[in-house]
Design a protein around this ligand. Structure first.
Ligand code: NDP
Ligand code: 2IT
Length: 444
């Protein structure tokens, strides 16, 4: 393949999808050499078949708000690739959602899911519905209306959605209820379900915990760990909260958390009690992170991200492209030694170059945040056997999956000077498995 030409063709055929182009460009740039060792891949035009989603569903979602007014939103499901298992990936509810963003996420998910070693293909879905400021009843009506359309395209052996930004246990529960009503079937069609109806222990914690397990593996290669290290976290949602929890458990000090309005900086560290406050603030009252600064009397910076603060480690856990080249230069100048991505594609291509040129430990989301979907895969296994495993068992499995992903990154990403290019390692390892499965299944 000629990566440049493939990308140009995709840009021409699918214009106005910059995040999708960005995700594809990163992967093509790192797998080109390996791909070209296999002329059979080129003969089967594997690369286009891997970049273009298998199919995309797009639909209008109509629902009634509390004032009795009729609202419409767009709904989507991008089924990217099911070479190694049923389509699998989260659902995002956020005002910024569009097709290009979901195509980037579904593309990334395919490689991430391959890395987990579990049998899951890649997908992503969502809506431009914003849960912010909506009542519980409005969220329920929206979730039901969304599932009324999505329901016909998914199934426990076809496509298994889960949460992402704006979709947590509450939304998964409402969507599950509607799917069950529509099909009269109690199945494992969604993951991230409540514990009482087939959810897995440790699924809420899995993405954050998994990212910290991955970080620990990276630190180990430098003969160190988290004890006494200072950490910047962005976001204050599901991933950020459990990232902070695990960092605290392992002896690190969390200095920052954020939301879409700004960030807080607590020089004393966000301890267990303060983290409990954040969890309550965000999960129960759906408040703003600014309120933390008011309660504990620390610095709050409106309209900014935390990357200008000095720390040993950065764990971006909010959204895509939240670290640009300037942010990355500030982090490096302040002596950051590791950046591990809880969010999907939080670093721009320029930021990634800055980290890699500085030869710091840098892990892309598709490796570092794969713990969430891994435990989703384990939830599917438990649903299939109609059994539930203990928290300890799930956590142990999560731990070994993250260690295994780290080993694969080292195997495929170590450069001649010994520096581990985790981006290359993750992309090549993820790609090879999907490619082999696609080749074996013929031209379909
Ligand atoms: P949540 O909705 O629970 O939390 C998202 C957090 O990020 C909130 O603090 C939110 O702030 C902030 N945020 C969202 N959008 C923006 C934005 N455009 N600019 C600044 N801040 C923003 O989502 P998750 O924690 O589940 O997801 C966070 C990231 O992790 C996403 O990139 C997601 O794709 C990724 N991820 C999630 C997994 C999961 O299992 N949930 C698994 C793997 C990756 P506010 O409250 O103001 O909206
Ligand atoms: O980006 C992700 O990996 C997720 N949002 C989780 C997907 C899942 O199916 O658990």
């Amino acid at each position: 393949m000629d990566a440049k030409k493939v990308l140009e063709d995709l840009k021409r055929r699918f214009p106005n999808e910059p995040e999708y182009h960005q995700a594809v460009e990163e992967v093509l740039g790192t797998i080109e050499e390996e791909y070209n060792k296999h002329p059979e891949f080129e003969k089967a035009n594997l690369i286009e078949r891997l970049c273009i989603p298998d199919r995309v569903y797009q639909f209008r979602v109509t629902w009634m708000d509390d004032k009795g007014q009729i609202q419409t939103n767009m709904g989507y499901r991008v089924q990217h690739n099911n070479a190694i298992g049923p389509y699998k990936g989260g659902i995002r509810f956020h005002s910024s959602v569009n097709l290009g963003i979901l195509k980037f996420l579904a593309f990334e998910q395919t490689f991430k899911n391959s890395l987990t070693t579990l049998p899951m293909g890649g997908a992503k879905g969502g809506s431009d519905f914003s849960p912010r400021g909506k009542s519980n009843a409005e969220v329920m009506r929206f979730c039901q209306a969304f599932m009324l359309e999505l329901g016909r395209h998914i199934g426990p052996d076809i496509d298994v959605p889960a949460g992402d930004i704006g979709v947590g246990g509450r939304e998964v529960g409402y969507m599950f209820g509607m799917y069950k009503k529509l099909t009269r079937e109690f199945s494992g069609v969604l993951t991230g379900k409540g514990i009482e109806f087939g959810g897995s222990l440790i699924r809420p914690e899995a993405t954050g915990y998994g990212n910290v397990y991955f970080l620990m593996e990276m630190l180990k290669t430098k003969g160190t760990d988290l004890k006494g290290k200072t950490v910047l976290i962005s976001g204050s949602g599901n991933v950020a909260q459990y990232t902070a929890e695990k960092v605290l458990q392992l002896g690190g000090k969390v200095l920052t958390m954020s939301d879409s309005n700004g960030y807080i900086y607590d020089p004393d560290g966000i301890d267990r009690e303060k983290l409990d406050y954040i969890m309550e603030l965000k999960n129960l009252y759906r408040g703003r992170i600014r309120e933390y600064a008011e309660k504990y009397g620390c610095k709050y910076v409106e309209g900014a991200r935390p990357w200008g603060e000095k720390a040993d480690i950065a764990l971006p856990s909010a959204t895509q492209n939240e670290i640009n080249g300037d942010d990355a230069r500030k982090l490096v100048a302040n002596g950051v030694m590791a950046v591990s991505e809880g969010a999907n594609m939080p670093s721009t291509p320029e930021a990634i170059r800055v980290f890699q040129d500085a030869k710091i430990l840098y892990a892309p989301g598709k490796a570092a945040n794969a713990g969430g979907v891994s435990v989703s895969g384990l939830e599917m296994s438990q649903n299939s056997e109609r059994l539930s495993w203990t928290a300890e068992e799930v956590d142990n499995r999560l731990h070994s999956i993250m260690e295994n992903i780290h080993q694969n990154c080292v195997k495929y990403g170590t450069e001649p000077d010994g520096y581990v290019n985790y981006v290359k390692g993750a992309n090549v390892a993820g790609f090879m498995k999907v490619a082999k499965a696609m080749m074996a299944q013929g031209i379909v």
